[in-house]
Write a protein that binds this ligand. Structure first.
Ligand SMILES: Nc1nc2c(c(=O)[nH]1)N[C@H]1C(S)=C(S)[C@@H](COP(=O)(O)OP(=O)(O)OC[C@H]3O[C@@H](n4cnc5c(=O)[nH]c(N)nc54)[C@H](O)[C@@H]3O)O[C@H]1N2
Ligand SMILES: Nc1nc2c(c(=O)[nH]1)N[C@H]1C(S)=C(S)[C@@H](COP(=O)(O)OP(=O)(O)OC[C@H]3O[C@@H](n4cnc5c(=O)[nH]c(N)nc54)[C@H](O)[C@@H]3O)O[C@H]1N2
Ligand code: SF4
Ligand SMILES: [Mo]
Length: 709
């Protein structure tokens, strides 16, 4: 289907609008929304068949998106906590009783007054914005909101909760964040899915992998959990969490030892490869030496390394690595991501189409985020500079121990902070403070709104316009507003524009609407955005970045932008046993815990909807554990168990099987209020940061498990 315009008539009674799924997913699907003319109601959402990567299908979560948009539980007006109602968990469905409905006028007036009084007493940095990726639209994720907080002089938020370790790792090796296009995986002869749950989290890569497999390619999954992706693969290597550096080094050991590296390529394109060779060839990196720590047999490591090294040689198709963010949510995650990112440099896989690596495409777009966010407004704030930086992965500490100044107001949007931040006992202790002024802009009553003084209703992507890049492909898209906002819901841009104007900030920066912001974002020095205009996006729906035809994967030279630059192997990746792992000699608890994402939710988004819960029923309230770890604790199938460490404790039902290996247990991320004991997996995770990038370390968590009598 090639629509003349993104919005066009579809008979008399309905029209189709081109939108984009703005959830935090690498796929950024093109979506067609059918809207009934007479009522303005969305009747149907479907994938845009003309999109070259997402090709007309949506994941199960978003295929039933109208359940979300029109849910009777949508938050549709501003609300204020009733006097005398303490902050804390409210039963689902009964939250509204704790709040009274107020007008937007009252809500905005109160926010301005409270933020101003907090700033007058403690300084503007006592205000903390807290947001992540409820929407990854360029405007909704970071535009007017950033302008507002820069101009106000609020603390800045270091947005580390998801990808900062891997992003920094990739940048340190390659100087940028780019990778193979998903379509190129179809041309690979060997595909490694490394800490990547493709079937659950990146489904639009799957058809290209299947295409490669039909042509003879082999898929190997490296993941401590037997995901659906792993179950469908040719081989599953159930590595022990946090030991990927050792596996990568052992592969390098074999590649150098057996002469399976491309020395000419290493010489031309990389820096430090001789030091890396000496390091990898140390006896402690031989497959037999790492077998016990990684939990993988030496022969399997040898075989993997040799298959990887032989790919692309003698007429064989090359090896492609889909590394995703799974491996970097760990103490040594930055180093692990660096080590894996170096593998295609050793073999020169980048030289062939279908070879190389994909972690993220996010650097490709080059939208003008400086124009959208205007950090220079910090100079106009009372501080005369940008506010101090607060790491979002340490929200618990920020709310309970931070001083000079303490956090006295927190403004949450695009984020279910109470449920997703690590060490939630501390987070909730902070959010419970009666002296903390908390505003939450949301689509639903969540775990976080239970702690809010003011709740504000937010629009879904059907109800506002945004500009989209993608971190998994290279098509820019416009997500057009399909329906009017429900109730009094308002977009992030509208909210922060109104607040800015009421604060008396400059109208030339704050009285700016979505359409104008999109134009500002597209005025960019990026060569790749040349020729991409709002009109063109409107007309064509999706527009590829201006890479030259077949230029991807570009030689690594092109990545760096200038011929003398090289990929960086130094410092050589060093293995260090994570403090919270069974590999550490002082391990305080015996089991490694994987607090996982659900295939049919988006982090905690969708977890409240009955249809989505039904699709995800197999993981509801269960702790997956290996039969032997259960037997040694006297735990049988279905028993109620307590999972605990020094930070917290949760109760789940034991589900025994082969989903995880010995020494590893797993449970899914969910809303706290939907569990029997009001806690979720983040009661157990820590605020410790990754070695590189200051990221969260969800997947290096130690626990013990016991049967509840
Ligand atoms: N359905 C669905 N899709 C999503 C999301 C969702 O919640 N649900 N979330 C979105 C978001 S926010 C993101 S960032 C992306 C993330 O996408 P992914 O990076 O794929 O994210 P994860 O599920 O965190 O991790 C992938 C796999 O890594 C494994 N893993 C954990 N620890 C280790 C380790 O030490 N070594 C190795 N080799 N593997 C390990 C996990 O078991 C998991 O199966 O997905 C996005 N897409
Ligand atoms: N244990 C554990 N914890 C994790 C993870 C894990 O795998 N395990 N994953 C981590 C990762 S990778 C990430 S990215 C984070 C994700 O953390 P979050 O970004 O908080 O993700 P969600 O839980 O999806 O919550 C997003 C919220 O934003 C709201 N929202 C959506 N669109 C809009 C909008 O336009 N405006 C406003 N104001 N609100 C909107 C949604 O209703 C939803 O409640 O969680 C992290 N936490
Ligand atoms: S969540 Fe991902 S796969 Fe699902 S519709 Fe959105 S972009 Fe596509
Ligand atoms: Mo994420």
């Amino acid at each position: 289907m090639e629509p003349e315009a993104a919005t066009y008539n579809h008979g008399m009674s309905s029209r189709q609008v081109h939108a984009v799924c703005t959830h935090d997913c690498p796929d950024s699907c093109g979506v067609l929304v059918t809207v009934e003319e007479a009522t303005g109601r969305a009747l149907k959402v479907q994938g845009d068949p003309s999109h070259p990567v997402t090709r007309g299908f949506l994941c199960g979560k978003v295929a039933r998106y109208l359940d979300r948009v029109y849910s009777p539980e949508r938050l549709l007006s501003p609300m204020r906590r009733r006097a005398g109602v303490a902050k804390g968990p409210l039963p689902k469905g009964q939250e509204a009783a704790a709040f009274e409905r107020i007008s937007w006028e009252e809500a905005l007036t109160e926010i301005v007054a409270r933020l101003q009084s907090v700033a007058a007493e403690y300084g503007p940095e006592s205000v903390l914005p807290y947001s992540y990726a409820g929407t990854i639209g360029q405007l909704g994720y970071g535009s007017m909101d950033r302008r507002f907080f820069y101009r106000f002089g609020a603390s800045q938020l270091d947005r580390t909760i998801c990808a900062s370790a891997g992003a920094e790792a990739l940048t340190r090796v390659y100087g940028t964040r780019l990778g193979m296009e998903p379509q190129q995986f179809a041309e690979a002869g060997l595909i490694l899915a490394w800490g990547a749950n493709i079937h659950g989290n990146n489904i639009h890569l799957w058809p290209f992998i299947e295409q490669a497999r039909r042509a003879g390619a082999k898929l190997v999954v490296i993941d401590p959990y037997r995901t659906r992706t792993a179950a469908l693969a040719d081989e599953h290597l159930a590595i022990l969490p946090g030991t990927d550096v050792l596996l990568a080094l052992a592969m390098m050991h074999v590649l150098f030892r057996d002469g399976l590296v491309d020395e000419a390529y290493l010489e031309e394109c990389t820096e430090g490869w001789r030091e890396l060779r000496a390091h990898a060839l140390q006896p402690e990196h031989a497959p037999a030496a790492v077998a016990a720590t990684t939990g993988l047999g030496a022969e399997r490591i040898e075989a993997l390394a040799r298959t990887f090294g032989l790919a692309g040689r003698d007429g064989r198709k090359p090896a492609a690595i889909r590394m995703n963010y799974g491996i970097q949510r760990a103490e040594g995650g930055g180093t692990a991501a660096r080590a894996v990112a170096m593998l295609p440099l050793l073999t020169g896989s980048w030289k062939q189409r279908g070879g190389g690596l994909l972690l993220s495409m996010s650097s490709a777009f080059g939208f003008n985020s400086a124009a959208l966010q205007m950090p220079e407004l910090g100079k106009r704030s009372p501080l005369g500079r940008l506010g101090r930086m607060v790491n979002m992965s340490q929200l618990g500490d920020a709310l309970t121990t931070l001083n000079d100044p303490p956090v006295k107001a927190v403004f949450v949007y695009n984020c279910n902070a109470a449920a997703v931040a690590p060490d939630s006992t501390r987070v909730l202790q902070g959010l419970r403070r009666e002296d903390l002024f908390t505003v939450v802009h949301e689509q639903f009553f969540t775990d976080t709104t239970d702690y809010a003084d003011l709740v504000l209703p937010a629009t879904t992507f059907l109800e506002h316009t945004d500009l989209m890049g993608s971190y998994g492909h290279r098509f820019a898209q416009l997500s057009q507003q399909a329906i009017a906002p429900l109730g009094e819901a308002r977009s992030n841009v509208w909210l922060f524009s109104q607040l800015g104007l009421r604060m008396g900030f400059e109208p030339e920066f704050f009285a700016v609407e979505e359409e104008a912001l999109i134009e500002q974002a597209l005025v960019s020095p990026s060569r790749l955005l040349q020729g991409i205009t709002k009109e063109r996006l409107q007309r064509e729906g999706h527009v590829p970045l201006a890479f030259e035809e077949n230029a991807l994967p570009f030689s690594t030279r092109e990545w760096f932008g200038h011929a003398s630059a090289r990929a960086q192997m130094l410092p050589v990746p060093q293995w260090q046993a994570p403090v919270e792992s069974i590999a550490h000699r002082e391990a305080a608890f015996p089991l490694q815990f994987l607090p996982r994402k659900a295939d049919n939710f988006m982090n905690t988004t969708f977890a409240n909807l009955a249809g989505h819960q039904q699709m995800e029923r197999k993981t509801a309230g269960v702790l997956e554990m290996h039969t032997e770890d259960a037997a040694s604790r006297g735990i049988a199938q279905g028993d109620e168990v307590r999972v605990w460490n020094t930070r917290g404790s949760i109760r789940l039902l034991a589900k025994l099987g082969e989903q995880v290996g010995r020494g590893v247990v797993a449970a899914r991320l969910d809303w706290q209020k939907l569990s029997a004991d009001g806690a979720n997996v983040n009661a157990l995770t820590s605020q410790r940061l990754t070695d590189i990038g200051g990221g969260a370390t969800f997947y290096t968590t130690l626990v013990d498990v016991a049967k509840v009598d």
